[in-house]
Every structure is written in C-alpha cells, then in structure tokens.
Write a protein that binds this ligand. Structure first.
Ligand code: ATP
Ligand code: MG
Length: 422
C-alpha cells in the first residue's frame, strides 16, 4: 500500500476553482424548486441498511452490490445512502408529515455507490431531487417534468431527450413479469450471465441491458404496455396530455423500466447522446405503494433525482459554463495606516453593497505587486488607498477592465459610483 495520502477511489474533491460553478448551479436549481412551491428537506447520510433494502428492493444492483454497509458497535447494520428517496420516505412516515396535506420537497447531497469509477460514474456523487407525497394526480408527474424542463431551458442545454413509459400497477407488472420470464426462458441460451441471473431476480431489468448482442431478443420481447391495466393507461394518457399542453417534447420508450423496484405507473428519464454510456442525467417516476410498503399509511408519491456531476459534464461538453457575473473589487493599500483604513472601508462596502466581492490585499507588497494580484483575482475595480488619498480623506477607484480612467473621490461618492455599476 502506498504511503501517499489520497482520497478514496471514485470520491472526488471539488476544488475552489470548480466550486463557483457548483454553487451557482445549485442556486439556480434551488430557486426553481422554491418558485414551484417546494420546501427543502435534509435527512441523514447514514440510515439503517434495512431502510434501503425495504425501499429499493433486494434484487436491484444497488442493494445487491453497490451499497457501503457496515455493522456499528451495537451490532446494527448501517449503510451510506445510495439515493435519498428511501430516507425521505422513512422521514415522512416517522414524522407523519403527509397528514398535513400534500408534501412537496426537494433535497441535495452526496450519495454513495460502490460502482466502477469512470467518466460520469463515481462512488461519491451528488444528486438534487424532488418528491411529492399525497397525490396520484398525473398533473404532479407533469409538474416535475416542467421543473426539469425549465432548468434545461435556463441553462440553454441541448441534445437532451425526455423518455417516458408507464409500468402500470403492481398487479399488471406481476402479470407481465410472468410472460417475460416465459419468453426469456424460451431463449435462455442467448442470454448473457447478467441477464441469466436477472431472469430469476429482476427479469424486467433484462430490458435495460446495454449488451448489444441482446438487442434483437429484447426488441422482440412482449411489451409491458400491452399488460398495463386500463386505469394506468388513462393516467399515462393524462400525463402525456399535460406535457403536450406545456409543449414539452417526449418520446415513449417501452423498454424503460428503471433500476429500482419501487416504481409503478409513470417512469421517465432525461437522456443525452453527448456523454457516452453515462447517458441519463435525470430519472424518476411514481411510487404509489412505497410509503405503505415501508410501514406508513398508504400515500401515493412521485419523484426524480438528477446527477449533478453528469449535468456539469454535459454543460462542459456543450461549453455552457457561465457562472453568475458578480462585480468584484480589489483594495490596494500602501502603508500601515492604509491597512487600517482598508479594513474599515471593506466593512462599509460589505454593509452597503452586500453583493460585491471584496478582495482586501494582505501581503502589503508594492503597488505593482498588488495590482498584479488584482488582475489575477479577475477583479473589476481597484480601490487605491495610499498616502495622498488618506491625507485628503478620499479614495481612488480604477476600473481594471475596459478603458475607464482612475478617479479620486470621497468614500460616499465612491459607494454611489459602485452602486451604479452593480
Ligand atoms: P445508471 O443507469 O447510469 O447507473 P441509475 O439508474 O443507477 O443510473 P438513479 O438511481 O436513477 O441512477 O440516479 C439518478 C441519477 O443520478 C442518474 O440519472 C445519474 O445522473 C446519477 N447517478 C447515478 N449513479 C451515479 C454514479 N455512480 N455517479 C454519478 N452519477 C450517478
Ligand atoms: Mg446505477
């Protein structure tokens, strides 16, 4: 084992130069949720392993092989959350929140899955997601799509497709499962090892296989939609009508089944062709039985999660990486007296212009050295405090971008001048 200190494989640092983008992206997304009437929810990163097993399902990739699980000192099995829906459902039940009406919540945070790290796939990654509890109306499903669509439009994202499907009720799914198992058993010799295993554990997931040799077999398999009951078909039609009335384009993908067990009725994914195999940016669906299945009062629900790393990769691929343009100034101060004054002025600026970024020089180098640092910080203006300014109770402001000239004025005038620029 190497002595060199390093992060855990597949778990990445987000360094200061990258965090501007993360912060502005998170803010954009949070603001969209808030304007759609959602409230933030935060649940622990660690839950009892059983919470995930009950919610996500034993025969899923996540529970079978991707969870970070350990036994704590009291002998209880705990896991790092691989997703947040299970924890939120647990919290909804524990605090009996749906009793007060429809709950619209959004979350953000790190998730953990022991997968093979590659571009767009990590062992610690970040999701932002939303869940709505207490209604089975397809209008809610459509509103969740509208939120994600608004986000893509805000970011000017291209090459992103909405795929939708319906899984029907749990009964119709069970019927379809039987037919599907019969079909794949008949063609068992053509299946690969993964699909042979799934035939027993989670046959619907075979439809999701990325193995190109299986594509014809999968294309010819019976279609889930033919087994979906009438009320679920109606729900799906309603959902599509709502999307159409908002002019949100979609394609129906009858093979879309999602990896988790808890879904029924609506499922959807936003996919892109720009990121290779890690093509799903955002995914979700309805899970009307999960709350009851986990021990709560029956309560329909729907939600989605979007992968921030993949979204950022996509933004990078499409050269859409503009962070919010906040004005910044660099205070150049020469001499001990000027240092004191620079702290006082910085405080005043922070108070009067709360959105201004202020870099206050620390090293007290020469003028030239300080201006160099101002350029490096990409500041828009320099405030200059030297002997002459201090003696005259004035400050100088020099625009560092464009053709503007240096001006000397009182602090009050300087504050007004900067206010005009903001
Ligand atoms: P995939 O099929 O790519 O493994 P998934 O079905 O396991 O995805 P979900 O559980 O639906 O993914 O999670 C929602 C989103 O979270 C995904 O669409 C993706 O953007 C992101 N995501 C999932 N797993 C990872 C990971 N290991 N690293 C980075 N992002 C991930
Ligand atoms: Mg996965």
């Amino acid at each position: 084992m190497s002595n060199k200190i390093s992060a855990v494989r597949g778990m990445n640092d987000c360094l200061p130069q990258d965090c501007d983008l993360w912060l502005s992206l998170e803010k954009i997304i949070f603001d969209i949720f808030i304007t759609y009437g959602f409230k933030n929810i935060r649940t622990p990163i660690v839950e009892k392993t059983n919470t995930f097993c009950r919610a996500i399902g034993q025969a899923t990739d996540i529970v079978e092989k991707e969870m970070y699980t350990w036994t704590d000192a009291s002998g209880e099995s705990l896991s790092l959350r691989p997703e947040n829906t299970a924890g939120i459902v647990r919290a909804m039940i524990e605090h009996n929140l749906p009793r007060t009406g429809i709950q619209k919540v959004f979350y953000q945070g790190a998730m953990f899955r022991h997968e093979r790290p590659q571009k767009g796939r990590y062992r610690q990654f970040h999701q932002i997601g939303a869940e709505v509890f207490g209604t089975d109306n397809a209008k809610t499903d459509a509103e969740l799509i509208a939120i994600t669509y608004a986000l893509w439009q805000h970011l000017c994202l291209k090459n992103i497709t909405l795929e939708i499907n319906t899984l029907g009720s749990s009964e119709s799914r069970a019927n379809y499962r039987k037919v599907l198992v019969e079909y794949f058993t008949k063609h068992k010799s053509q299946l690969d090892a993964d699909s042979t295993r799934r035939l027993k554990t989670n046959p619907l997931r075979i439809l999701d296989s990325k193995n190109t040799n299986l594509q014809t077999l999968i294309d010819n398999a019976p279609k889930l939609i033919e087994y979906v009951d009438k009320s679920c078909i109606q729900h799906f039609e309603q959902f599509k009508t709502y999307l159409e009335c908002m002019h949100i384009p979609y394609v129906i993908n009858t093979r879309l089944v999602r990896g988790l067990d808890y879904y029924n009725r609506t499922v959807f994914e936003w996919t892109t062709t720009d990121l290779g195999t890690q093509s799903t940016i955002c995914a979700g669906g309805r899970y009307d039985n999960l709350v009851e299945q986990m021990g709560g009062k029956a309560c329909p629900a729907v939600g989605f999660a979007l992968g921030l790393e993949r979204l950022i990769l996509l933004l990078k691929t499409q050269s859409l990486l503009t962070t919010k343009n906040t004005l910044s100034i660099y205070i150049v101060a020469l001499g001990d007296k000027a240092q004191l004054k620079s702290l006082q002025i910085a405080e005043q600026l922070h108070k009067t212009l709360p959105n201004l970024i202020i870099y206050n020089d620390i090293a007290m180098g020469s003028f030239k050295a300080q201006f160099k640092k101002a350029d490096k910080a990409n500041a828009d203006f320099a405030i200059i405090l030297a002997e002459e300014e201090l003696n005259n109770k004035q400050i100088s402001i020099k625009p560092l971008k464009g053709q503007g000239k240096q001006k000397t004025m009182s602090l009050t005038n300087a504050l007004n001048y900067l206010k005009e620029q903001l």
